[in-house]
Design a protein around this ligand. Structure first.
Ligand code: FAD
Length: 545
């Protein structure tokens, strides 16, 4: 099979146009085109008067060698890459060795658990939160009734942080082994729409994620894996050898259980496990502070974004709700960018700690809510902005989230401001034409009181610059809601080439919380990599970093 990339067709092309375009591109007759499948489809809307699709197509032709030879200098016609997944190890039949433990049932832990189960190692998966259906009720409890359950919320519980999200499933990580393909294929088996395998920017929305997570749990259990919910890892025991080397010996759980760990333990904690990070630091596990970003969520009517992006094609069913990605380097040396943009979605309360407010965004598959929302965040780094120990970034997050709670007036209401007032440096006293979607509600105020001055200065400059890229983006009525602090982990649990903690053998840090992923897909891919490292450790094969 061969793959053609960058095959362009107009937005409203009929189905047959694809076959004709393939024949023209390869200069073959209809008889020589045996079959084709779409490998990837993106739309190019850079010129809104000429929006078109860009395809990658896998094609079976008669006499493939001759066709490939004819195009050997053409970088858009090549043999189709092998994207199939192969296990790096398998448990021997009747495997009676140690069962690996995975802490965290978010995308990273879920895929670590799934791959280990598929390899025959019968993992035990622990999560501090509840099964996804129970967790859904608790999460809505905060949004509808201002009741936060610190152990069962947007951040904690089965499915992890990505469960109540836009479900965007793309990432910019390098992926030479096509592990992202394995993730998407497993999602399709678990109930995701097949289009995620071909769309360049697939998303699945919140409701489907819930059922997919349940389906994947059933698969893991059928393969001998085991889930244990409402078990928070509160402490670890580390054994120190005569040479000073350290090895994980046991986990202590919130239920009072002690789980001896003679095998590997994956730590897929997510970025909000602040208490667990503090415990690991106290127990001497090597952690280091890393950069992250802070800011607010911004909302515009989705119709404004559609029009700015798609012009006369706004509302075209094949285009869906328009997305955007913005970035601006400011005079004060800071970079401001849009983060986790959710077309046709809502801003959600995403705190896991009492007395604090943090925002994020989510959507349904249809993406048909009134507003587009996105984080508008400023990059910060440890040396300049939160010097001190590895936990200093968490202290900064907490400080900003507490200020946001207070500025919101309590009950998890969030502070909000019209963009025009933010630029003019005056508090907002009323809403304009844009109605914010955050629940349990907003309090109009001055976000400059909540965020550090450098962030406010940078955001004021960037928002005006964004208005030049997307007309109307800096409309005075756009609403900003704060604070966006959980953009990524503020620390790294550093691992070595063998994927284990650099100073505590047996601990395999992974995913977003450990600083090795950002987003659902990259966390899941890291889950596969960590499962492979664990499997190699269990069967005594060297790890290939
Ligand atoms: P997590 O998903 O955070 O999972 C960590 C798990 O560990 C949790 O289930 C938690 O309960 C458990 N845990 C923590 N501490 C302990 C402990 N001590 N003991 C036992 N269990 C513990 N990303 C995208 O790519 N696309 C999106 O559209 C998107 N939208 C988002 C919307 C929202 C509202 C949020 C909050 C996040 C969104 N993200 C999105 C980010 C994405 O969810 C994360 O990048 C991803 O979930 C990280 O996966 P993870 O497995 O590393 O960690």
């Amino acid at each position: 099979m061969l793959r053609i990339t960058e095959l362009k067709l107009p937005l409203n092309h009929p189905e047959e146009a694809l076959a004709a375009a393939i024949r023209n591109r390869l200069r073959i007759t209809p008889r020589d085109l045996v079959r084709y499948t779409v490998a990837r489809r993106a739309h190019d809307a850079r010129d809104k008067m000429d929006i078109h699709f860009v395809y990658s197509i896998d094609v079976t032709v008669k006499n493939e060698a001759a066709v490939l030879a004819r195009f050997k200098r053409d970088r858009h016609v090549n043999p189709t890459p092998d994207t199939g997944y192969r296990f790096v190890a398998k448990a021997p039949a009747g495997y009676a060795g140690p069962r690996p433990v995975v802490v965290g049932a978010g995308p990273c832990g879920l895929f670590a658990g799934l791959i280990l189960a598929q390899m025959g190692f019968r993992p035990i998966i622990l999560d501090r939160g509840k099964v996804v259906r129970e967790r859904t009720k608790d999460t809505w409890g905060l949004w509808r009734r201002s009741e936060l359950n610190p152990e069962s919320n947007v951040q904690f519980g089965e499915g992890g942080a990505g469960t109540f999200s836009d479900g965007k499933l793309w990432s910019q990580i390098k992926d030479p082994r096509h592990l992202g393909r394995k993730v998407l294929s497993e999602f399709v088996k678990a109930g995701a729409p097949e289009e995620i395998l071909t769309e360049a920017h697939p998303h699945i929305g919140t409701f489907r994620l819930v059922t997919m997570v349940e389906s994947m749990r059933a698969t893991v259990e059928a393969l001998g894996g085991e889930y244990r919910f409402e078990r928070r890892v509160d402490d670890i025991e580390v054994a120190t050898g005569a040479d000073g080397s350290r090895r994980l010996a046991a986990l202590h759980l919130s239920t009072g259980e002690r789980l001896a760990t003679d095998g590997p333990v994956v730590l897929a904690l997510g970025h909000s496990a602040r208490d667990t990070f503090a415990m690991l630091h106290a127990r001497g596990v090597f952690l280091e502070a890393k950069p992250f970003s802070i800011g607010v969520r911004i909302e515009h009517p989705q119709s404004w974004i559609d029009e700015a992006r798609f012009g006369p094609c706004a509302g075209h069913p094949d285009l869906g709700a328009a997305a955007y990605s913005l970035s601006h380097h400011c005079k004060n040396g800071r970079t401001v960018y849009s983060f986790c943009m959710c077309p046709g979605g809502t801003v959600v309360a995403a705190t896991s700690e009492p007395g604090r407010v943090a925002t994020n965004g989510m959507s349904q598959y249809s993406r048909n809510e009134r507003n587009a929302n996105s984080g508008i965040v400023v990059g910060i780094d440890p040396a300049r902005d939160y010097p001190g120990d590895p936990l200093a970034g968490i202290a900064l997050q907490r400080q900003l989230e507490t200020r946001a709670f207070e500025a919101g007036g309590g009950a998890y209401r969030a502070p909000a401001q019209r963009l025009g007032d933010f630029l003019a440096g005056r508090p907002s006293t009323r809403l304009g034409s844009v109605i914010p979607s955050y629940r349990p509600g907003v309090t109009m105020t001055d976000l400059a009181e909540v965020l550090p001055d450098f962030a406010v200065t940078a955001m004021r400059e960037a928002l005006v610059a964004f208005g030049q890229q997307i007309p109307g983006y800096d409309h005075p009525d756009a609403v900003m809601t704060g604070v966006e602090t959980r953009t990524s982990s503020p620390l790294r649990i550093t691992r070595g080439d063998d994927f284990q903690s650099v100073n505590t053998a047996g601990l395999f840090p992974a995913g977003e919380g450990a600083g090795y992923a950002g987003g659902i897909l990259s966390a899941a891919v890291d889950g596969i990599k960590i499962a492979e490292a664990v499997a190699r450790e269990l069967v005594g094969r060297p790890v290939l970093a």
